[in-house]
Design a protein around this ligand. Structure first.
Ligand code: ADP
Length: 398
């Protein structure tokens, strides 16, 4: 009987111990499972965070502005380009589109999506403290699986640069038309006067034919300059770059202009050292020197002096200067002097037969050689046009 009791107690103790072990193991299992779930959850959260960061940095690399709004028209996401376009701070998220962009047109594009589902190519203007910006927006309504409104995605293209270029082109076309019309109408009225009877008066005949000849030449010059600029703009100009002794090229340009210099009693001096050898296209550089020396004769002092100088810069490039002792160029005009058709004194330029394109051609030809041109002038103390060109490396040509 006692033995049976002892056995029973032993069995109970063994069972209790087994149950205790079982509980401990189960709890350990539960703890491990909880840890696994927590780990999985935090790994998943990290993955989602990384994925969101990758997506955001991808969006931030887009040139176009991207804005995503939720069903209530509040901003969910705005990439870097959109933040820059509208001047959002980092806190745009959660704001209404109107509050964030301060632009009623953008808000109205989002409102239109309720009915239209997509709005393509809508152009809008943003007035800022600086110059206005022109944007094109494409917007698409987002719908959830049940077809309910889930916000919208808007992509903004910045058209400002394009609009500026269009403005420059329109101004250029207007200038060209004006420049062509002036000599053309002078030619036309001279021809009409001759036809009306002046042809029978030998003195008038000579005078009117001279007018026709002068303005026809001006038209031809203008068209040559325009064609050259268009070739330069398109990058189609082929330069025959050879080692070039600049002293000779400068002398050729000076010889061509000697009669014009004599007519104004201007002395032309070539001080370019014979040792200066550039890697350049002879004909084009001759044209550059010719344009600059011609200007010095036209706009410099009557009975003045124009000197062409040259030297080697510390970095090995060659510098050429065309220096006159005329009235110089006002500071504000110096910023615009290389623009097409810009003239300090319009009437003076036309009277001298200028096309208003000479310095623009100089700038483009020098740039095509990999060089730069600039002006230094103190009004009243002459003008110095300075350009640099690559030096020829011994034995190299292209
Ligand atoms: P243009 O055909 O009128 O000479 P350019 O492009 O060669 O055209 O020159 C632009 C303007 O720059 C000229 O109209 C003139 O007003 C000014 N300019 C150019 N060179 C000189 C100079 N050496 N001295 C003073 N003004 C100059």
């Amino acid at each position: 009987m006692e033995t049976a009791l002892i056995l029973l107690i032993a069995t109970v103790v063994a069972l209790a111990a087994a149950w205790g072990r079982e509980r401990v193991l189960r709890r350990a299992d539960e703890d491990r499972n909880r840890r696994d779930v927590a780990e999985q959850r935090s790994r998943r959260e990290l993955e989602l965070k990384e994925q969101a960061q990758r997506t955001a940095s991808l969006f931030d690399r887009m040139v176009e502005g991207l804005v995503v709004v939720d069903g209530g028209g509040r901003i969910r996401l705005a990439n870097r380009a959109a933040r820059a376009l509208f001047g959002f701070d980092g806190q745009a998220s959660g704001k209404s589109i109107l509050e964030a962009t301060r632009n009623h047109e953008v808000a109205s594009v989002v409102a239109r999506l309720d009915k239209e589902l997509e709005v393509l190519g809508h152009e809008l203007r943003i007035d800022s403290m600086e110059a206005p910006r022109f944007l094109q927006v494409n917007a698409l309504a987002l719908r959830d699986a049940a077809g309910a409104n889930d916000g919208a995605i808007l992509v903004f293209h910045d058209l400002t640069r394009l609009r500026q270029l269009e403005g420059v082109r329109q101004e250029f076309v207007a200038n060209v038309s004006h420049e062509l019309r002036t000599p053309l109408s002078l030619i036309k009225s001279a021809a009409e006067t001759l036809l009306d009877g002046a042809k029978d008066d030998p003195a008038a005949l000579g005078r009117f034919l001279q007018i026709i000849d002068k303005h026809a030449n001006r038209l031809a010059l203008l068209i040559d300059d325009l064609l050259l600029l268009s070739t330069l703009d398109s990058g189609r100009l082929r330069l025959d770059r050879q080692p070039l002794a600049l002293k000779g090229t400068v002398q050729d340009a000076i010889d061509d202009l000697q009669h014009r210099a004599q007519a104004r009693d201007v002395t032309l001096t070539n001080r370019v050292p014979a040792s200066l050898i550039a890697l350049a296209d002879n004909d084009r550089i001759r044209q550059v020197i010719s344009n600059l020396v011609d200007n010095a004769i036209k706009y410099g002092r009557p009975s003045g002096t124009t000197v062409v100088e040259g030297s080697v810069l510390p970095d090995g490039r060659i510098e050429l200067c065309v220096v006159d002792d005329g009235p110089g160029i006002p500071k504000e005009a110096q910023l615009r002097i290389f623009e097409r058709f810009y003239r300090v004194d319009k009437a003076r330029s036309r009277e001298q037969g200028g096309t208003g394109l000479g310095l623009a051609i100089v700038k483009h030809v020098v740039q095509a050689h990999g060089g730069e041109v600039r002006i230094e002038s103190e009004p009243g103390s002459g003008a110095r046009f300075i350009l640099n060109l690559p030096a020829a490396v011994a034995g190299r040509s292209s």
